[in-house]
Write a protein that binds this ligand. Sequence first.
Ligand code: SAH
Ligand code: F3S
Length: 448
Amino acid sequence: MKKIYIKTWGCQMNEYDSSKIVDLLSKSHGYIVTKKSENADILLLNTCSIREKAQEKVFHQLGRWKNLKKNNVNLIIGVGGCVASQEGEYILERAPYVDIIFGPQTLHRLPKMINRLYIDKNPIIDISFPKLEKFRSFPPTISSSPSAFVSIMEGCNKYCTFCIVPYTRGEETSRSSNEILLEISNLAEQRVREIILLGQNVNAYRWFDTDGRVCTFANLLRLVAAIKGIDRIRFITSHPIEFDDDLIEVYRDTPKLVSFLHLPVQSGSDRILNLMKRSHTVSQYKSIVEKLSKVRPNIQISSDFIVGFPGETESDFDNTINFISEMNFDMSFSFLYSPRPGTPAADLPDEVEEEEKKRRLYILQNLINKQAKLWSDRMVGTTQRVLVDKILRDEFETISGKTENNRVVIFNGSYTNMGKFVDVEIIDSGIHYLKGKLLSIDNKINSL
Ligand code: SAH
Ligand code: F3S
């Protein structure tokens, strides 16, 4: 059996792509996954270029793999993902021993690329952007977990001034709603209970059927919620500018949609939001959350923040800090601004010292961690609905699962609870997980 070793950096989209690569290559060439690179017949690197040093990291990794090729001349090395999309041929210039360079939209062509390598050993570069071809090439998903990702759209047209994604992943492209619903029904038959809809900007989702009728993201959510067996729906990531009233109504009418939303804001200063070209103000963001809170009083919001955007003043930063307290954001992601070559913000003058940026990030992360811990503390004594997704230690009957607000809860229970929704009383809260006590098990699969 031939073996594949795949290393993945970056977002959930890359994780998803890597899992699809494995499915594809196991079907086409019978490859099985190995965790040891030295045992592999093919080594793939699925890269990310969202923040700094992405390129250097890639060449370091390739340098290590080069030695493996010395011992095995037939070893195939491939580089995919956003760095491949951005650098293309340059990768071959610096690392001529690489055999395949593929982009996020051409990974489904890997089986053919590998076949071509068997015929002649010339390196192959394909980082084009064929629309939708990729999704139609994937074999049906087999899920061993009760929770599954389903990609609904890709790419981004927003062109935030700091972000490389629109250049590496291409324009917003939605998948057919029928294909998505079929995939989810198929997963439900495999006892998947939770679906995480995936896309760079899920609320930009639009599918026009042959009659010209449009299926929006809100429509799609309603259709997914109607699938028997699917009891919990999440999505990542949405953008504040397409968070319309129809989507708020889905929150009002669809209990299966979780009361937890990751909605990136980046900054609490209108001046910085404008420089970032986010196309909304702080008060517009607040108004979305207010509307959501009216239909879902218990909704929890998490976000993304960039600290040290060019020209960010002390007062801009204070606005962000005040905004974080006011909104009481839960666990969020925060990053130091990293200039991305080719993006408009990379040319902006930036006088803030690196040390100062780091100081700001530290303050911001401390505040968010404190708030997140308080959210967890408040859960102690409550009963939470948990989807069991891991058997931690079978012999001690320790299992774990996730609450609606994305917290891991560890508790005593049997492996027979795997994949089921259970009611758990929260008895303690730690930094990374909660401890709970099993109360009851929900054996029924939701039927509409
Ligand atoms: N909507 C997308 C956003 C992709 S990038 C999604 O989440 O799928 C994820 C996050 O990375 C952004 O929200 C932003 O906070 C951060 N980010 C993007 N470009 C960055 C840069 N140049 N420097 C620092 N952080 C960045
Ligand atoms: Fe990037 Fe902004 Fe799109 S953060 S992914 S350009 S919404």
